[in-house]
Design a protein around this ligand. Sequence first.
Ligand SMILES: Cc1cc2nc3c(=O)[nH]c(=O)nc-3n(C[C@H](O)[C@H](O)[C@H](O)COP(=O)(O)OP(=O)(O)OC[C@H]3O[C@@H](n4cnc5c(N)ncnc54)[C@H](O)[C@@H]3O)c2cc1C
Length: 472
Amino acid sequence: ATTTATATARKARPRRTADVIVVGAGLAGLTAARRLVAAGRSVIVLEARDRVGGRTLNADLGGGKVVEVGGQWVGPTQDRLLALAKELSVETFKTYQEGKAVLVYRGSHQTFDLSGPLGPIPPIPDGILDAATAIQKLDAMAATVPVDAPWTAKQALEWDSQTFETWLQANALTKGGRFLVELGFSSVFAAEPRDVSLLFALFYMAAAGDEQHVGTFDRLINTAGGAQESRFVGGSQRISLLAAAQLGRRVVLGAPVRRIAQAGGHVTVTTDRASYRGRHAVVTLPPTLAGRIDYLPALTAQRDQLTQRVPMGTVIKVQAVYDEPFWRGDGLAGYANGDVDPVHLTFDNSPPDGSPGILIGFIEGELGRVWGQKTVAERRAGVLNSFATYFGERARSPTRYLEMSWAAEPYTRGCYVGFMPPGVLTSYGRELRRPAGRIHWAGTETSGYWNGYMDGAVRSGERVGAELLGGA
Ligand SMILES: Cc1cc2nc3c(=O)[nH]c(=O)nc-3n(C[C@H](O)[C@H](O)[C@H](O)COP(=O)(O)OP(=O)(O)OC[C@H]3O[C@@H](n4cnc5c(N)ncnc54)[C@H](O)[C@@H]3O)c2cc1C
């Protein structure tokens, strides 16, 4: 009996050593762990939060229904995310886009057709041509940027020496054109044109594709045929929840990593409660959070300076729940563009069966910074006012209001992604994926294709898995 009791105790004791210690149980960390485990490696995944999924999170609506408060959409060319979802039997459904879209600009309210040649870009008379020309130019420039080494583009230095704003001032000459390009830009980066390097913006456009399809600005902003085309049944976090369930006890929650030491041919990864030992570590945090871990010995100057220079965007995702999607009855898709602060962009975010009705809005960039400092009650009133201006007075009376401010999350600190101001890609871009001894780097910010997206996170997990299996 004593032997059995000892064996049980030994079995129950959590493992503290493995071939690879993965830091972070978002899509990147879980994908890396899956690949390594499939190849027979032992793995421990350390996750700071008491849940998996990182920047994806489902909110419970009751009755078995959920809505996503983090990353949610998936679209064509996001092949690796779709493949992972398929492995886990998570299905997709199309984002609701039937009916007219709404534009409210400078006090005038109009509807427009989403199946027109410019898709989701609203027909502002003094801006549409200007915006279309600017986007054409951007796509042509982006086509010259190699996604795995943007710093080698012929005009890399010239483009990395200016912000997107500088380029926009010279290339979008009308107020309407500027408004349209800025709207698309902030919906993609959750930052202002003045914050972001032109080269980084072009790289991000180039990254919106795959090995067979060149990346374009349109694929970033489009619903049909673009990054907002579909959603996951049961919410995007389900992918991480299922992947983590398969990994079982290898995933340790509530374990914020504070220090990674390398010595004597192994790594020691220390959380608040315990130390874990492995032959390699994989860090999947956005660069700025990776820079908050203590490394012994210290990392190189180049690597540390990279992590000093990749800030996160600012976004508050807001949603109002109604008994039914009343806008559908009015012939509206639930998609609005406008200049009514604080929400300039909305979608219909109802579950697949349309019940309950949910409107989603984004408070992005500077608006996110300003409105993030207000009270929930102030934000709620502002958001519902935006929704009511776009969709009518019924929008003022939701049954529930949900919001998630990602910059306020200690283990994310901003969204959607870490972006690069001028000078960073050309001087430090090479450091994104360069291993530091036994420490390897993953996370969507290290991806070529679909950098910043769930697909990029999955690709980075696969890449780091291959890196370790090749050399481990
Ligand atoms: C509001 C919002 C909307 C978005 N919309 C979309 C979308 O529609 N489509 C899309 O494709 N993408 C979208 N994204 C982006 C997408 O969610 C991310 O690109 C992707 O989830 C990143 O995965 P990751 O594994 O690289 O990083 P993360 O998900 O950030 O994972 C990192 C993990 O590390 C953990 N961690 C942090 N610090 C520590 C520490 N010290 N020790 C241990 N663990 C730590 C974190 O808790 C987290 O779980 C959106 C993001 C947000 C927030």
